[in-house]
Design a protein around this ligand. Structure first.
Ligand SMILES: Nc1ncnc2c1ncn2[C@@H]1O[C@H](COP(=O)(O)OP(=O)(O)OP(=O)(O)O)[C@@H](O)[C@H]1O
Ligand SMILES: [Mg+2]
Length: 233
């Protein structure tokens, strides 16, 4: 039986703006199963990144509950949320967010070092991921020497090194040309599927959405489910 990895229960999020409350997420109820690859569509400003921030524990909802792998995020304090994120979440961002003062290898090892458990076996696993993204030979180079697509491949390896429960990707191809974006996406999709990871990917591309198991849109602060036929060519 498929296991429910994420449960969103009456989740709302509002921000204060010029003394007024702006409701961004309105009473979201949703479940995501372990191993699902989900595309999240929605207009700019609709709340996609806000939802990702809440799922990763970077931000807390205004009300409602989030459970990930039976861990209730609302019951964690900020420090515990940070530990939760380091241990269980892998991120891929639009602008890669590699650390410029660290080499490729050091960037990929960072999640393990932050989790305080870098063993030889884990280093070998990180090397294997670097081979998978075809950048093992360039592991001593610094990110500014790499192309955008190469940097994003490093970010994918980094998102997987610590064997997270959930990978969150916020427009991972938004800053790449179409061909490179396609390559990066293939890699992200393939590597997270092979590892049995749950992947939630924000995208503006229907091309990307088509390959997902499920397609959701953020509309008026709520998650709307689409059938695959709706995004089919
Ligand atoms: N920290 C914050 N303080 C105040 N308002 C915020 C904050 N973060 C987000 N918002 C507001 O919440 C709304 C949703 O923002 P969000 O970044 O989640 O949109 P998005 O769907 O990711 O958009 P895009 O596709 O442009 O990245 C926006 O109106 C934004 O101004
Ligand atoms: Mg965003």
């Amino acid at each position: 039986m498929p296991k429910i990895l994420i449960n969103l229960d009456h989740v709302t999020k509002s921000f204060q703006e010029a003394g007024q409350e702006r409701l961004v997420l309105r009473d979201i109820n949703a479940q995501i199963q372990q191993g699902e690859v989900i595309a999240l569509l929605g207009r700019s400003g609709s709340g996609k990144s806000t939802l990702l921030n809440i799922l990763s524990g970077i931000d807390a909802p205004s009300s409602g509950n989030i459970t990930i792998n039976e861990i209730e995020l609302g019951k964690l304090n900020e420090h515990q949320r940070t530990l939760f994120r380091r241990q269980h979440i892998g991120f891929v961002f639009q602008f890669f967010n590699l650390i410029p003062t660290l080499s490729v290898e050091e960037n990929v090892l960072l999640p393990l070092e932050l989790a305080g458990r870098l063993t030889e076996a884990q280093r070998e696993r990180a090397y294997e991921l670097l081979r998978r993204v075809h950048l093992f030979d360039r592991r001593h180079v610094y990110p500014d020497k790499l192309s955008g697509g190469e940097q994003q491949r490093i970010a994918i390896a980094r998102a997987l090194t610590h064997d997270p429960l959930l990978i969150l990707a916020d427009e991972p191809t938004g800053n790449l040309d179409a061909t490179t974006g396609e390559e990066v996406l293939n890699l992200l999709d393939e590597m997270s599927r092979q590892a049995g990871k749950t992947l939630l990917m924000v995208t503006h591309s229907l091309e990307v959405a088509r390959r997902a198991d499920r397609v959701l849109s953020m509309i008026d602060g709520q998650l709307v489910e689409h059938s695959v036929a709706e995004v089919a060519p």
